[in-house]
Design a protein around this ligand. Structure first.
Ligand SMILES: *Cc1c(COP(=O)(O)O)cnc(C)c1O
Length: 490
């Protein structure tokens, strides 16, 4: 007798098993052979069209779905798992992390909280992040969708704590309208855009984020910051928080964290460190001195889907005062009340951020850290920084190439400059080189503008990059540049 009920489970588990095995086999080849494929390729029209089909009413079966995605999806990735992807700033994923995401979905647990093993893994990974940063026990943290959400959570805690300390108000209850004077947050002009979204979401408005000039090395000018704080106070504002950047998006510059700690102590301000790029340098033996002082921050945002190469998504926020973190988000409606025993008897993880249901994003980080050890992740960060300095050396050794900003960590700002072109022509030429490198599938890099000079901007956050890939990058940049100049392109 067959069951009358419908279910999403496979009708034929053996057929599901053999298709699953094939998927894992093909995925393994896909990862092994990534170097042999183009970094990126543009999608033909029929592929684009394939993704405009209307809502399927009747199912077609998993084998057919998999055949379609093999044809139309797998060949057209963003490219960030490729050894020559150095665009924006992101990690390159890893095979174990992929298994982690798969198993997390198999277990299917909700990390909003509860008494089950996945919640212990989530806690343990947060604890490991805290240890990597050197924050004391009693600090709290939570895994987030990414660095943006990690920063926004930290800024929320800072806002609420400072509103309480300065005006004695319960900001959760009263809202920003009850603030006697507008709060001001400070960061350098290199600050990541997520902080603007943050102060907007927090109801403080973009003007509450005071951008302070950076120095020629792109770190915050601490004297200018101190002056801004004094001037804002005189003008009736309430300085509340300094957002230090440990690794700016443009050049990788790291603010002087120790000096900022002293300033914040003197002025009674919260110190948040946006370490989405650089916080993890704290685990890299040759370079950890660059982020010394990070362990003194009131809060830190870091991004395991960048330099720990976890598959998207996973970010992490840590807060020194765990109680302040908890009291910013804790809320227990009756349907989430804890019971004395059983599944609902544990500390709720949803009380550390705005999400209620949470994915098991800890597992992919937990598995890879246990498999390789934190030492290897640290060495890989040192390797990327050494590769960036090697690339800078290649740039300096070739008359046609020019370094546009100093290399601090793993971001190299350079351009092709044959000598007799103006800024507009150089921008046109270098943009064309960048696009041709992408379209040929050779390499993916971003561009930016540093002090009015446009440049190419590879960020090497990639455990697959080899030195020979950087030789190829400079050789191809020069070849394309020479060719374009000969054609009279610029
Ligand atoms: C990447 C980045 C962010 C945002 O992190 P997401 O994980 O992309 O949300 C914030 N700040 C800095 C400095 C970054 O590099």
């Amino acid at each position: 007798m067959t069951n009358r009920e419908e279910t999403l489970d496979p009708k034929d588990w053996e057929a599901f098993r053999s298709l699953s095995h094939r998927i894992v086999d093909e995925a393994t080849d896909y990862l092994r052979d990534v170097r042999d494929r183009p970094v990126w390729q543009s999608m033909p029209e029929d592929v684009r069209q394939a993704f405009t089909e209307p809502l399927p009413v009747e199912g077609e079966g998993l084998a057919s779905v998999y055949a379609e995605l093999t044809a139309n999806l797998m060949a057209y990735p963003m490219g960030n798992i490729h050894p020559r992807f150095w665009m924006w700033y992101m990690g390159s994923s890893n095979a174990t992390g992929a298994l982690g995401d798969y198993l997390a979905a198999v277990i299917g647990s909700n990390l909003g909280g509860g008494d089950h093993a996945a919640a212990l893994v989530d806690n343990q990974v947060v604890g490991w992040c805290r240890q990597m940063m050197g924050l004391p026990e009693g600090s709290s943290g939570t895994l987030t969708s990414g660095g943006s959400m990690a920063n926004i959570i930290a800024l929320t805690v800072a806002r609420n704590v400072m509103a309480g300390a300065l005006f004695g108000i319960d900001l959760r209850e009263e809202g920003v309208a009850a603030l006697a004077a507008p709060l001001r947050f400070y960061a350098s002009d290199q600050v990541h855009s997520c902080h603007q979204k943050g102060v907007e979401l927090l109801g403080l408005g973009n003007k509450a984020l005071h951008r302070v000039a950076s120095k020629p090395d792109f770190t915050i000018d601490i004297h200018a910051l101190a002056r801004a704080i004094v001037e804002d106070r005189a003008a009736g504002f309430t300085p509340a928080c300094v957002i230090a950047t440990a690794g700016t998006v443009n050049t990788g510059a790291i603010d002087d964290l120790k000096a900022l700690r002293e300033l914040c102590d003197r002025e009674g301000l919260w110190l948040h460190v946006d370490g989405c790029i650089g916080a993890l340098i704290a685990i890299a033996p040759e370079n950890r001195h660059l982020v010394a002082g990070i362990e003194k921050a009131d809060s830190i945002a870091l991004d395991p889907h960048k330099w720990l190469h976890a598959p998207f998504e996973v970010g992490c926020v840590l807060v020194r005062d765990g109680t302040a973190h908890h009291s910013t988000f804790a809320l227990t409606p009756e349907y989430l009340e804890a019971t004395p025993r059983g599944i609902a008897s544990a500390h709720w993880l949803h009380e550390y951020g705005p999400q209620t249901s949470r994915g098991f994003r800890a597992l992919k980080v937990w598995m890879a850290l246990k498999e390789h050890g934190v030492g290897k992740f640290g060495r890989l960060i040192d390797q990327n920084i050494a590769q960036a300095h090697y690339l800078a050396g290649l740039v300096e050794a070739d008359d046609r190439l020019e370094l546009v900003a100093p290399v601090t960590v793993n971001i190299v700002c350079f351009r092709y400059n044959p000598g007799d072109l103006d800024e507009a022509q150089l921008k046109k030429l270098n943009t064309e080189i960048m696009l041709r490198l992408q379209e040929a599938g050779t390499a993916a890099l971003s561009d930016t503008t540093i002090g009015r000079r446009h440049c190419l901007r590879p960020a090497i956050t990639n455990h697959r990059t080899r030195y020979e890939d950087l030789d190829l990058l400079t050789a191809e940049t020069c070849r394309l540049g020479d060719e374009l100049v000969a054609e009279g392109f610029a």
